[in-house]
Design a protein around this ligand. Sequence first.
Ligand code: PG9
Length: 650
Amino acid sequence: MKRVTLPALLLTIVSFLVLSTVDARLQQQSTAADRFEVSDVMVPMRDGKRLHTKIFTPRLRQGSGEAGWKGEPLPIIFKRTPYGIQGAANTFNAYYKALAEDGYIFVHQDIRGKFQSEGDFVMQRPARLRQGSGEAGYVTDPSSIDEGTDTCDTIEWLIKNVRNNNGRVGMLGVSYDGWTTIMGAIEPHPALKAISPQASPADMWLGDDFHHNGAFRLSYGFEYAAMMESGKDVQQFSFDRYDTFDWYLSLGPLRNINEKYLKGKIPTWNDYVAHPDYDEFWKRQTMIPHLTSVKVPTLNVAGWWDQEDFYGPIAIYDALEQHDTHGINYLVVGPWRHGGWSGGTGDSLGAIPFGSNTAEYFREKIQAPFFAYYLKDQGAKDFPQAITFEAGANEWRRWDQWPPTRSTETRALAFGAREELTLSGTGTREPGAGPVPVSRLPDTGFDEYVSDPAHPVPYRQRPIQATYFPGGSKWSTWLVEDQRFVDDRNDVLSYETAPLESDVTIAGEVKAHLFASTTGSDADWIVKLIDVYPEDNPSNWALAGYQLMVSNEVFRGRYRESFEKPKPIEPNKVLEYTWSLHTQNYTFKKGHRIMVQVQSTWFPIIDRNPQTFVPNIFQAAEGDFKAATHRVYRTPQYPSRVDVPVVRGR
Ligand code: PG9
């Protein structure tokens, strides 16, 4: 037998790794370098800081019949990001593929304070103050800067310095890059002619990454702040547990984060602690009050199962829509996770198939034509007000209004005894479906459970890897996970209809109305609307009995009367809680059942409510966390329900 010495083996492994890396790099470089001339520049801003910018100009193709740029002036597609622009070339194979085929100059920029750009990074830097709302140019301090001025200064530089540009600029980007897009359009440079803010957060306290209705998004809020503010680059927090559920639970109260780990060094964490309620800090950060006119044609993009920013894109669309006198504000919502439209085919999400390549459809049939029309005068203005993918039916729908209130009627999914759920106007559930938990007998007009902060309900199946765990994390698809994993919990209530006799399609806003009490003085309420597949599902056995979450949201009880001034809940008093589970367009197919689940913990995506009122949960002590009994009522006087917008005549 031939013996392989250790040095020889090492040499072979190292040369294989080196060669394959070089080979991969060459392949990547040859595609981008083959098609574009790339230049790195530092673009000066009005306050003297310089931002690192990469410009990709298509190479000239002179041969007859050869596709590519023939020398005509081209528009610029511009993206601004805090995540680094080194990998910019990768976007040409997916996100930008259809655009690149149409011909644009592409520009990527590191925002202020990140990677190679100068200046300071401020998480979601608020728009600079104005004297009169909606009047661009009325700034209190003309030398002030924000993401909008950085965008304007860069566009001014680009149209003057990038050769062969046609004087028109479009902006786009997902999430933070979507947010920089909309922030760049508040006081837009006149050359900015089209934007597509995609999954942009709009309000970090009401509904996006950091809180939902005041409930703190612990795992995301902590991991993201640490990732972005530990250095100029991005750095993952290093957990000593694979299953971060254990890590967060053994952490104890939130004040231990600074005491044990961050030591006051992460500004965004300190802001969470200093601003637990909806105060001026959060109100200054949201751009919604600045959206008082549609200055640039806008293609808003969202994903139904976006685990980070679904509230934002819809809120931005809604705000702009109030002022859309020229009909240039559009909405697209597909069956996607956060940013799922920017790569891949979009034919499925987790276990759920959609029957077609929805992400490719978006990039080729919606995004590319939108920019071609507004930046190149190509194609027709055939953009519906809203285009949504109706999962369940698996069809794209075009709407002249969103939400389409003229085409829908509100119907109640009413909670009943024996875990029944009844869709108003369709008759009742067949009796005798499954065992009834002892705690719900005899019928009292309510169902109850003990919510114990020491044993919270996991929000997704454990092990819960860190959000961006390099070894792979199920974070991005958690919203489509099978909800049967909480079946055996006594602290989750499930109400279910009989199998549907015909399809039920919803389009528009889903709303929870809960009549509930607690023995404590604060409580969280989480309501989930679920599509239950039939047990007999021969076309796809992987989905037999599957419980797919269609809509969901949390509400923190202390904010029942005011987001600004939290109040204790009076123990044992039945109170009404009403909140939005957001918009949806979905078909529950004939033979499926509709389920609603209610629970009070969703850990660690939502921090644990102590269930004893304390002024600031970030300062709560271990002893404040107490188990409490929660009751959900379902009587004519207290009709807990979920209201759904059912499409008429379908
Ligand atoms: N959801 C991310 C984010 C955006 C803006 C602020 C904070 C987080 C993102 O994916 O960029």
